[in-house]
Design a protein around this ligand. Structure first.
Ligand SMILES: *Cc1c(COP(=O)(O)O)cnc(C)c1O
Length: 435
């Protein structure tokens, strides 16, 4: 089957798309079903059976959550509040729409939770829509400090027509440069300040940041996309209790649910504005099926008393210490490496983040490159980001994590051939699955 590749994409993307397109079968229903089945089973073998998935922005839903996922109800459009639906006959599903935000609010210790956004990017755009006007300024973490696309002009703030400025950042503190904040806010006049990052090893000093932000008359958003599983368990930090006005997050990263986004707040006015931004602003009908596994995931976090979150953090500390002992440069060495489930490696001397990521993928270890706070503007990503949330879910012990660290070091430091490492990774997965 031929497919006209996106002529605007990079040459690497065009080459890959052409390659895949050349291998596609007949466009009949049977042919397409076979093609899709092969793609899914190949993927499942890699991630569910053989590979070591250290990519931080993913997870595995629990068996109970998976058991209620998949419902074809996702194809049933649902628009408006329960009690005033545009369509009739959906009242059984009202249960999901009432239960899910109620559980989520309870979990986060917040008065209001908006769960209808289909992604954290959309949750962030809903916040921008609720608290800013086009032309306003927002201040966000620099990209090298984990500021996400959905915080920067290239992403959702650009859609809202916002001016985006980087917050002053203290790389040594892994945090906003708090002493520099008042003068910065006075000079730039942002309506909204966004903290919370794609790499977060240590908590933000939310109380101090909130004090400065509020003194400047601005609103503080904490994007806990990666930290949500910890924050919801009462670990790492409690952004709303510490002074953030709004909390957003992805539901499928450390939180461990299906894809989606949440906005939580204690402020009724903000909650109403966010709600209107989500519906009828950014959604009409939305995918109710998502709420079933989301509700079950939230209930599991409520019930487990932080055990999973604690295990993820302990696993990250073990992994970091083992990598450090192997001779890899691990960020945060002077502060115990990490207080979250994230670990960051500085691989600038090993060809940079992108090359290291590709070498590890060939060896059956999957993760991502990331910028590090101390890199120069314009320097390619010098880091690797690892997350332990999936390995913990899969039952990796601390001993297993030390074996993972040895495999990573084989590739990064000892130039091991990828094939044998990939075999060792698959053997470790098989051993864990047999236990
Ligand atoms: C992953 C991430 C997002 C985006 O989440 P999606 O659900 O993929 O849209 C937003 N903010 C931060 C900080 C992230 O790391």
């Amino acid at each position: 089957m031929t497919y006209e590749t996106a002529p605007w994409a990079s040459s690497a993307a065009r080459a890959r798309i052409a390659d895949v397109a050349a291998g596609l079968g007949a466009p009949t229903p049977e042919g397409v079903a076979a093609t899709v089945r092969t793609a899914l089973s190949d993927h499942a073998r890699r991630f569910d059976a053989e590979g070591i998935v250290l990519y931080a922005g993913t997870n595995l839903m629990s068996p109970a959550a998976r058991a209620v996922a998949d419902a074809p109800v996702g194809g049933r459009p649902s628009m408006g509040w329960p009690g005033e639906k545009y369509q009739s006959g959906l009242d059984h599903l009202d249960t999901l729409e009432v239960l899910t935000p109620a559980l989520m609010a309870r979990l986060l210790g917040a008065r209001f939770a908006e769960v209808r956004a289909h992604s954290a990017t959309m949750a962030n755009l809903a916040v921008y829509t609720a608290v800013t006007e086009p032309g306003d300024t927002i201040a966000v973490l620099p990209e090298r400090a984990g500021g996400h696309t959905s915080h920067h002009a290239v992403g959702a703030p650009g859609v809202r027509g916002l001016r985006v400025v980087d917050l002053p950042y203290d790389a040594a503190a892994y945090d906003v440069d708090v002493p520099a904040l008042p003068e910065f806010l006075d000079r730039e006049g942002p309506r909204l300040v966004v903290i919370g990052a794609s790499l977060l090893l240590f908590p933000h000093r939310v109380a101090e940041i909130a004090e400065a932000v509020h003194a400047a008359g601005a609103t503080l958003l904490y994007d806990a996309s990666h930290m949500a599983g910890l924050v919801a368990a009462g670990r790492f930090q409690r952004p709303l209790a510490e002074g953030a006005d709004l909390l957003t997050f992805s539901t499928y990263k450390s939180f461990g649910g299906p894809p989606g986004g949440v906005v939580a707040t204690d402020d009724a006015e903000l909650a109403e504005a966010v709600s209107a931004a989500v519906f009828p602003g950014l959604t009409a009908n939305y995918d109710i099926a998502r709420l079933a596994p989301l509700a079950v995931t939230a209930a599991e976090i409520l019930a487990d008393d932080g055990a999973y979150a604690d295990a993820c953090v302990a696993a990250a500390q073990t992994l970091a210490a083992a990598l450090h002992a192997e001779g890899v440069t691990v960020a945060g060495a002077d502060r115990g490496f990490t207080a979250s489930h994230h670990v960051a490696l500085d691989v600038a001397d090993l060809g940079g983040g992108r090359a290291a990521m590709d070498r590890l993928a060939e060896a059956g270890v999957y993760l991502s490159a990331i910028g590090l706070p101390w890199q120069e503007p314009g320097e390619p990503d010098r880091g690797l980001r690892l997350g332990t949330q999936e390995l913990v879910r899969r039952g990796f012990t601390h001993d297993d994590l030390r074996r993972v660290a040895a495999l990573v070091a084989d590739v990064l430091l000892r130039d091991a051939a990828p094939g044998p490492v990939r075999k060792s990774a698959a053997a470790l997965r098989a051993e864990i699955a047999r236990r």
